[in-house]
Design a protein around this ligand. Structure first.
Ligand code: SOE
Length: 376
């Protein structure tokens, strides 16, 4: 059985998710394209790295990511660090000939993302960006319906990613609230998920017109701290979109929506039907086909299961419950499969670059007002 040695750089929230996905993937996709071996996990201190090694089941721990990505026995590098280190790590890993998966957003800006794309293309390695929500079976089913022509020409598309973890002004400032580290705020953090879903289901975006706001300009520097620090990033954005294929739509993102936990939702209207999805009810896709009998016309619920994307390798009964980790396991399967086949997965660094350019354009439109074109 082929094995691939994995180095994970970063042991926080996403380091845990990715590590669990490497462990679980062969249990669902058997025989797997290759067994991912949890070889090395890197964190910023010996203590943190060693705790992660034990907790996430790695053979080794380290604190020097540069040395790790250059090891001859490492096949792929998984970047799950804050945004400001993505480029340096990815460019070094590409130069070392490693296949790379990087958490979203790819970079802080379109320019930084371009450098990463150039590096992986020059190195000829497999590269992927971890937009996991498109791998929710109900979202992949929506894509299948569209590809099969069952919805017809897409006329309008609306997508929102709404959360509330940042709505309380007393919530301490995190790296996600700091432009120097994150590049942008809500837009780069979860607006990119919404943009990925839009590009995955509808296609390329050619122009945007946005309203972008910061609601909380200063936050405590810690749970118990009396000191506050500036927040120099966006909290919310509402964007009109022109798709290259003629469809029109909107993209919304905020982390200040009391009551919305991880409300990634979309609604799509075509000439032959409509689709509607809400990640908080992620086993379900709402569908209506225009040729449904007139006395039975209305959205109906399709519960995803064995007949749907990834279903054959998953649970034998529909609606048993897809979780966040499951989308990461599907992502891991597709990445490892691409490495073994030797062809690029989707989404990859090109998609990450385009999405960073779209975020740049949304921010620019928020500053200047009016439409911003995204060339190329
Ligand atoms: C915070 O908004 C966050 O952790 C994002 O960074 C992730 O990409 C998203 O999947 C969950 O929420």
């Amino acid at each position: 059985m082929k094995e691939l040695n994995v180095a994970v750089i970063g042991a926080g929230f996403m380091g845990k998710a990715h590590s669990a996905a490497y462990a679980a993937m062969p249990m669902f996709f058997w025989p797997p394209p290759a067994i991912p071996i949890r070889k090395v996990i890197v964190d910023v201190t010996d203590a943190l790295a060693e705790e992660a090694r034990q907790r996430f089941g790695f053979q080794e721990s380290a604190t020097d990511w540069r040395e790790t990505v250059n090891r001859s026995d490492i096949d792929l590098v998984d970047i799950v660090t804050p945004n400001d280190s993505h480029a340096e790590i990815a460019i070094a890993a590409a130069k070392a000939g490693k296949h790379i998966i990087c958490e979203k957003p790819l970079a802080r800006t379109g320019g930084e993302a371009r450098l990463m794309l150039d590096a992986v293309e020059r190195a000829g390695v497999i590269h992927m960006i971890a937009f996991n929500y498109r791998r929710t079976p109900a979202v992949a089913l929506a894509r299948r319906y569209l590809e099969d022509g069952r919805i017809g020409e897409i006329l309008e598309f609306r997508v929102s990613h709404l959360q509330d973890w940042s709505a309380d002004p007393k919530t301490p400032r995190t790296w996600r609230h700091q432009k120097a580290i994150a590049g942008s705020g809500t837009l780069g953090d979860i607006g990119t998920h919404a943009i990925d879903i839009a590009r995955y289901l509808v296609g390329e975006i050619k122009a945007v017109n946005a309203l972008v706001k910061n609601y909380i300009p200063s936050r405590p520097l810690g749970e118990e701290s009396d000191l506050c620090g500036p927040v120099d990033v966006d909290d919310g954005a509402v964007t009109l979109v022109k798709f290259a294929g003629g469809c029109i739509g909107s993209i919304e993102a905020t982390r200040n929506a009391h009551g919305r936990n991880n409300y990634l939702s979309f609604e799509l209207h075509g000439t032959k039907g409509s689709l509607s999805f809400n990640y908080e009810r992620r086993d379900e896709l709402q569908v209506i086909f225009s040729d449904d009998p007139i006395d039975a016309r209305g959205f109906r619920t399709v519960y995803t299961g064995p007949a749907h994307p990834y279903g054959k390798s998953y649970w034998p009964v529909p609606a048993l419950g897809i979780g966040f980790l499951d989308t990461k396991i599907f992502e891991c399967f597709d990445f490892i499969s691409a490495i073994v086949r030797g062809d690029q997965p989707s989404p990859n660094f090109y998609d990450g670059y385009r999405i960073s350019r779209i975020v740049d354009a949304i921010l620019a439109s928020g500053e200047t007002g009016g439409w911003q074109e995204i060339a190329g």
